[in-house]
Design a protein around this ligand. Structure first.
Ligand code: NAP
Length: 262
């Protein structure tokens, strides 16, 4: 059996208090990484840190920060990166609200751009020098399959994911010569609070039971089930590992076959 050993590496995992980020923090810690868990909900992060595996002698910590406020994020990251080399960055945050693109207000695009792209830029600018110094770097962005095929009713999200994917591809080219990889994981429908919120909002809007919405979603997934957060995290931990050293600049759907294009 091949096992992934991340002992000695530190992973900064954003959006770690819940869902895919939380699962990524858990699986990375299980593989031996020290985790810095970042989100807004400090109480939830503290609970997470208490549950993370420490069997490889690693130390975990958390950082309360709002990715909707890149200046504040930068201020909070500066002391962290002075003390710790960050070898693995999981760039993840909450997704924009659903809705048709025609109805979206300008400020929804602006705040999504700030939270997803400008904060990603701050994270990368803070972490890359430590990756270069440590001679190891893995940047993993959690985006969406909408990078490849826009999803209905997620107008702002579709727009921002395309921007972040192009940002990441550009970075991948710039950083590849320094042994730093940049890849995007594209989750399909995954059993987290976000999925529950989106299905509840759609059920309310259309006046149909939530089960109807769930069945419609399942009908377009060849695997006929939703992903668990751990299944997305397993892709993250692989891309974070030395085994993935020659993979950079890719978009990896983890979606049970839902995306119809190549
Ligand atoms: N679940 C799916 O089906 C699915 C499918 C495709 C793509 N995705 C995308 O994958 C990403 C993660 O999804 P998820 O399902 O895990 O979402 P989730 O369950 O809503 O969790 C989002 C995480 O991001 C954190 N977060 C939200 N806003 C933040 C902010 N301003 N600053 C810092 N942290 C923030 C939240 O913590 P705090 O509230 O404590 O800050 C939470 O830990 C999202 O971009 C989502 O759109 C999800």
């Amino acid at each position: 059996m091949i096992s992934i050993d991340l002992t000695g590496y530190t992973a900064l995992v954003c959006g770690a208090s819940r869902g895919i980020g939380r699962a990524s923090a858990t699986v990375l810690a299980r593989a031996g990484a020290s985790v810095v868990a970042l989100a807004r909900d400090g109480a939830e992060l503290e609970r997470l840190i208490g549950h993370l595996s420490g069997t490889h002698g690693q130390k975990h910590q958390y950082l309360v920060a709002d990715m909707g406020n890149p200046l504040d994020l930068e201020k909070k990251l500066t002391p962290l990166v002075l003390e710790h080399a960050i070898h693995i960055l999981v760039n993840n945050t909450g997704g924009p609200a659903g809705g048709a693109i025609l109805q979206a207000r300008g400020d929804a695009f602006e705040s999504a751009f700030r939270q997803h792209l400008v904060s990603g830029q701050v994270l990368v600018q803070q972490c890359v020098p430590t990756m270069v110094a440590a001679n190891y770097g893995r940047i993993i962005n959690i985006l969406s399959t909408s990078v490849k095929q826009p999803l209905e009713n997620l107008g702002v999200s579709n727009a921002i994911r395309a921007a972040v994917a192009n940002w990441a591809k550009t970075l991948a080219g710039e950083l590849a010569g320094q042994g730093i990889t940049v890849n995007n994981v594209l989750p399909g429908a995954t059993l987290t609070d976000r999925l529950a919120n989106l299905t509840a909002a759609e059920s309310k809007k259309r006046g149909v039971p939530v089960e109807v919405i769930r069945d419609e979603m399942l009908n377009v997934i060849p695997a006929r089930r939703f992903a668990t957060p751990d299944e997305i995290a397993n892709a993250v931990v692989f891309l974070a590992s030395p085994m993935a050293a020659y993979i950079t600049g890719i978009n990896l759907p983890v979606d049970g076959g839902r995306t119809r294009c190549l």
